[in-house]
Design a protein around this ligand. Structure first.
Ligand SMILES: *Cc1c(COP(=O)(O)O)cnc(C)c1O
Length: 401
């Protein structure tokens, strides 16, 4: 017997569940790409994206995934041998740094590994040691999706300001945008990159780079920028095709337009943040109970370093992988793999898994996921406390009018 037949549930940290409304908007005949309706739709999307990013500055759109916008942002800013300081608490902080180095940067890293968050004292020390202010760019993740560690971005800005350090602050919000609160302008972020397949609830394929005028100046000082990645005309097009340097991603734009309407016009961004926070606290409350016997642990202990978009966790004795596979086969539920979490005794990182709780997600979808996980922990005889689902229910109930 299988209990998997029915609507499948994808609870991985991206791509996230796509709303039926977004899919339906994509199901329409191909439009003319030369101006007209496509141009209006794109202009609307640009306004919406800036609202979600909380910025008044520039945005360039790309047909690409998250790795694409990593490269797009750096291609506009890295001159050969520029010093780049990359902060990392997991696979994604490292991933962006690798691209900087490949583009010719003189890379330094503060890599705290996948179990430790932002260390402000060490950041201060590293920037203070840069007496001639040679570091041009500082890259970091708002939320590193592999470890689920969140950085306090405003505190990174404060270190730069306290030292009068001119490095551009560049932040990867691919996992966190429209899930965890983020304020590009208020927090003094110079460059932000994101993509459409997580909090923005659209099939993978669109990337966005947001940048302020300080970043424009740095771009203009570069002698050579690869034409496809150059953000200049994309942000200030002379004709519509400059927006995408070629054919626009027509159906992705239909989808994203609908998703932004749901986020901004219907639910409201702050309500979207509050929903994510409540659902995340529900997840954490279940884990608190599962953890009572010491065999299940969340990767992030500090509440303020937890993300409302994703939770990485460990089940002892390499049990996360068999539990994941069992849930997919028997329950129609897919939870995320552990990413880059290998350690001695667990060479493939089979102890780790992740729950994506981002995007188009409501209480019953998440409670279903948690309850399915509870069933799997029982099935595999993992020692856990009793009452995790009850605890999750109580969090939800306490938040409701
Ligand atoms: C998903 C993600 C990426 C990579 O995105 P891809 O679309 O897989 O290239 C990069 N950074 C963060 C923080 C992410 O969550």
């Amino acid at each position: 017997m299988t209990l998997a037949n029915g609507r499948p549930m994808l609870a991985i940290p991206g791509p996230s569940v796509i709303p039926d409304r977004v899919l339906q908007k994509m199901h329409q005949p191909a439009p003319n790409i030369y101006g007209g309706m496509m141009e209006d739709l794109t202009n609307d999307i640009l306004i919406g994206l800036k609202d979600v990013a909380r910025t008044q500055h520039n945005v360039a759109l790309y047909i690409c995934n998250g790795h694409g916008v990593w490269e797009a942002a750096l291609a506009n800013l890295v001159a050969p041998n520029d010093k780049v300081l990359a902060l990392s608490s997991g696979r994604f902080g490292q991933g962006w740094a690798i691209i900087a180095k490949a583009l010719g940067a003189d890379l330094a890293m503060l890599d705290w590994g996948p179990h430790k968050g932002l260390n402000i004292a060490e950041l201060h020390q590293a920037l203070a040691a840069d007496k001639d202010k040679k570091i041009k760019l500082l890259t970091c993740t708002h939320v590193d999706t592999s470890s689920s560690i969140k950085y306090d971005i405003a505190s990174v800005r404060k270190v730069l300001d306290d030292l009068g350090h001119p490095a551009l602050l560049m932040v990867d919000c691919i996992a966190s945008l429209a899930c965890d609160p983020f304020e590009m302008d208020a927090w003094g972020v110079d460059v932000m990159v994101t993509a459409c397949q997580k909090g923005l609830m659209t099939p993978p394929g669109l990337g966005m780079v947001f940048f302020n005028d300080k970043a424009v100046e740095k771009r203009q000082a570069l002698d050579i920028v690869s034409p496809y990645w150059d953000w200049t005309l994309r942000a200030e097009p002379e004709v519509f095709y400059h927006r995408f340097y070629g054919t626009s991603p027509t159906h992705h734009l239909f989808g994203l337009h609908e998703a932004l309407k749901m986020i901004l016009a219907e639910e409201g961004l702050e309500n979207v943040w509050a929903r994510h926070q409540t659902l995340a606290e529900t997840v954490w409350s279940a884990f608190d109970v599962w953890s009572e016997k010491g065999h299940v642990t969340m990767n992030v202990t500090n509440l303020y370093e937890r993300s409302a978009a994703v939770t990485a966790a460990k089940i002892d004795n390499n049990m996360a992988t068999p539990i994941r596979l069992w849930l997919a086969e028997n329950f129609g539920l897919t939870v995320g793999i552990g990413l880059a979490m290998a350690e001695p005794g667990d060479p493939k990182g089979d102890s780790f898994f992740r729950i994506g709780h981002m995007g188009h997600l409501n209480a019953h979808m998440l409670l279903g996921t948690l309850s399915a996980l509870n069933s799997a922990l029982l099935k595999f005889n993992v020692p856990i406390g009793e009452g995790a689902i009850e605890a999750a229910n109580r969090v939800i109930v306490s938040k409701m009018k």
